[in-house]
Write a protein that binds this ligand. Structure first.
Ligand SMILES: [Zn+2]
Length: 361
């Protein structure tokens, strides 16, 4: 695709966003059409340069300016070059390498790069916890569904979802704290919490990951197994509307221009969705080691608790209380502990250093 006429139309860079993406910094360029990019590193001082051919900037600062970085990227600067090239320079805190790139496709022209420091790199005062572990202490918010006057699903023998998921959440907290994570629970007792407050809590905690734990019920008593949900596309739109209505503020740096801001919100949302899916893909095989899985285990839905636009989030249905064998499993504290352990392992794998990602393909 893309004949000469197409290639001659310049693309417009409408947003630049640098985010902390787990073990790497992710820089995303929002473009109105696909473009060719050339990248290279410079040393002393360390920089990463992105040259986008045949492109213009439509950023608040005009044809040149700068913006905030994240992680190993201290800041970015951009300027139009004489030959129609738009150049973005990332000033780095330490020597780094490119661990992932996405060069845009038909449906989404955005270009993104993940850059990771070559050696363990601690931004400012963040302490290094353990060898091989990510430098910054991660916050995981665990959300036990239902509670109080809302029992959730109830099994044939009376097992209540709200009890099962609370125990599972407490076990997951223990397993994660043991691994060095900071864990906050939306509830740690049998009380009711509004859905909206669960989402707000995750944002206030600056959660790196939000895991909502539920148990399902189905009219078909043969339906069995665990499943993992992330936000659907329609849910993502709903998140943006909700963000506007609730005056949720995303930390996007200095964005006075409202169009630029909208684009950055959209990029942040897309990035969150990608990361949610990445965690879902990590946790599914782990759960599969300790519990049966439903077919098409990774599903998307507009669950309210998944709506925070800037917190990667999954909802785990641990099984079906309407199914006799699932209910037996969910009623067994040891089986619940195994599931909690699987979730903790998945969190570790998700935040693993990028070299492991690269080796995995
Ligand atoms: Zn539920």
């Amino acid at each position: 695709m893309g004949g000469r006429a197409f290639a001659d139309i310049p693309s417009t860079i409408r947003g630049v966003l640098v985010q902390d993406a787990g073990a790497a910094a992710r820089v995303t360029l929002a473009l109105d059409r696909p473009a060719q990019a050339r990248t290279f590193f410079l040393s002393e001082p360390s920089r990463f340069v992105i040259d986008v051919a045949n492109a213009n900037f439509a950023l608040p600062g005009g044809a040149s300016g700068q913006g905030p970085g994240a992680g190993v990227v201290r800041r970015y600067r951009y300027a139009a070059q004489a030959n129609g090239v738009s150049r973005i320079v990332l000033d780095l805190e330490a020597p780094a390498n490119l661990v992932r790139q996405e060069l845009g496709g038909r449906h989404n022209a955005a270009i993104s790069f993940d850059i990771a420091a070559n050696a363990p790199f601690a931004p400012a005062p963040a302490p290094i916890q353990r060898a091989g572990r990510d430098q910054r202490r991660r916050t995981i918010v665990i959300d036990a569904g239902h509670g109080g006057h809302d029992p959730g699903a109830v099994g044939v023998t009376g097992t209540r979802e709200k009890d099962v998921v609370l125990h599972c959440a407490l076990m997951a907290r223990d397993a994660l704290e043991h691994r060095g994570y900071r864990v906050a629970l939306t509830r740690d007792a049998d009380n009711f919490v509004e859905l909206e407050n669960r989402v707000r809590f995750a944002r206030e905690q600056h959660a790196d990951l939000f895991i909502s734990i539920h148990a399902d019920a189905s009219p078909n008593r043969d339906t069995t197994g665990a499943s993992v949900y992330t936000l659907s596309d329609s849910g993502a739109n709903r998140a943006q509307n909700m963000m506007a209505s609730q005056n949720w503020d995303l930390d996007l740096g200095d964005t006075r221009n409202s169009l630029a801001r909208d684009i950055l919100v959209d990029l942040a949302q897309r990035d969150t969705t990608n990361r949610s899916a990445q965690f879902a893909q990590t946790v599914i095989p782990k759960l599969g080691e300790v519990a049966p899985l439903v077919r098409n285990t990774h599903r998307s839905a507009g669950f309210f608790v998944l709506l925070a636009p800037d917190v990667p989030a999954v909802l785990i249905e641990t099984g079906f209380l309407s199914n006799a064998s699932d209910e037996r499993r969910l009623a067994d504290p040891q089986a619940r502990e195994r599931m909690a352990g699987a979730m903790a392992e998945a969190v570790d794998a998700y935040f693993a250093p990028p070299s492991l990602y690269a080796a995995a393909g």
